[in-house]
Design a protein around this ligand. Structure first.
Ligand SMILES: [Zn+2]
Length: 335
């Protein structure tokens, strides 16, 4: 039985239905991280709301519940690899998972006590009924918001602003009063601190679990699931070849002494660049990834190389190019 099982895993993983993967949190390294998170909650005095954890396709908390959805690919190494191979970049290490949990817990507390109905909450964060824009246009380095998840995530929606504020408030060892001393975002943190002191001994108003999209109920196969993530073909700038020549240098003009293949370098940097560009600009990592794939294919076709000694220089040039493009795309979309 066990050999049959491992054969299936090593074989065509993509054709397996999510619900048939038999995924569970119990007994996995994720369970250990969740225990650590429970200790963090106790340490900051959040003991009356006990979040319910379940596996789904992405992080989230269904509205008006206390259930935290955790991405299924975090419970098994082969699934984490499968996810990463598709270039999707959501952290999988314990510290990244704790970071997401602190954020999601903000939603749980908000819904459990219906904080969003309080006028002071609305004053600080805005109206929870504002439309939820997947494609938000963050203003980089705005002092009005806290920094927690990458991509200036607090700027996405009032509910996210609160969740990010809560996450900063509960982060162990973080002296938020000092860090945000000179930023208007401090008022949001002070509000969070006041309200959490008030709720310390208070029973929650809602304890509904209602998990949405529980992985145990999902009919789609892994391949189908990831196909849904693929972006519509983003238009790629017409002058990509020109950009490549600027970054790597004209081929044959100055033949490198120890030539390295440009395509390989681009592929190697794909994940880091897309994650970091997202962190600082809010441009979706899938977009940068798509662009970097196009660049590496083009570099392969043109047989582009660079001298080993120039590796740092071409890495900086490539990163700057993608960042500039991300900024201009975000700017164009906002106007
Ligand atoms: Zn959120």
């Amino acid at each position: 039985m066990s050999s049959e099982k491992s054969f299936v895993h090593e074989g065509n993983l993509g054709s397996r239905r999510l619900r048939d993967l038999g995924l569970t949190i119990l007994g996995t390294p994720l369970e250990v991280v969740l225990q650590e998170f429970q200790r963090e909650l106790s340490a900051c005095g959040v003991t009356k709301v006990r979040p319910h954890f379940y596996l789904s396709t992405e992080w989230g908390v269904p509205f008006d519940t206390i259930s935290i959805a955790i991405p299924f690919y975090l419970v098994r190494v082969d699934l984490t690899d499968f996810h990463a191979e598709r270039g999707l970049v959501e952290g999988g290490g314990p510290s990244d998972i704790l970071r997401y949990l602190r954020h999601e817990m903000g939603h749980v507390v908000n819904y459990a006590y219906r904080l969003y109905e309080r006028p002071e909450w609305t004053n600080q964060f805005g109206d929870i009924n504002l439309p939820y824009e997947e494609e938000y246009r963050p203003k980089a380095f705005s002092p009005q918001y806290v920094d927690h998840l990458p991509g200036w995530y607090a700027q996405k929606h009032p509910d996210e602003d609160w969740a990010e504020t809560f996450a900063v408030w509960m982060t162990p060892g973080l002296n938020w009063r000092e860090r945000y001393m000179r930023r208007p975002a401090l008022a949001k943190l002070e509000y969070c601190d006041r309200v959490m002191a008030e709720l310390r001994e208070r029973e929650p108003l809602t304890t509904a679990e209602d998990p949405d999209e529980d992985v145990a109920s999902l009919e789609s196969t892994l391949d189908e699931h990831y196909r849904a993530y693929a972006l519509d073909k983003m238009e790629v700038p017409a002058d990509l070849e020109e950009a490549l020549l600027t970054i790597f240098g004209e081929p044959g003009k100055e033949p490198p002494t120890t030539p390295r293949r440009a395509a390989m370098l681009i592929r190697r940097l794909e994940r880091t660049i897309s994650a970091d560009v997202y962190r600082w600009t809010g441009w979706f990592p899938e977009r940068a990834r798509h662009l970097l794939r196009e660049l590496s294919e083009l570099a392969e076709k043109r047989n582009m190389t660079y001298a080993e000694a120039r590796e740092t220089a071409v890495t900086v040039a490539l990163t700057t190019f993608i960042t500039a493009l991300a900024m201009s795309r975000l700017h164009d979309a906002a106007t």
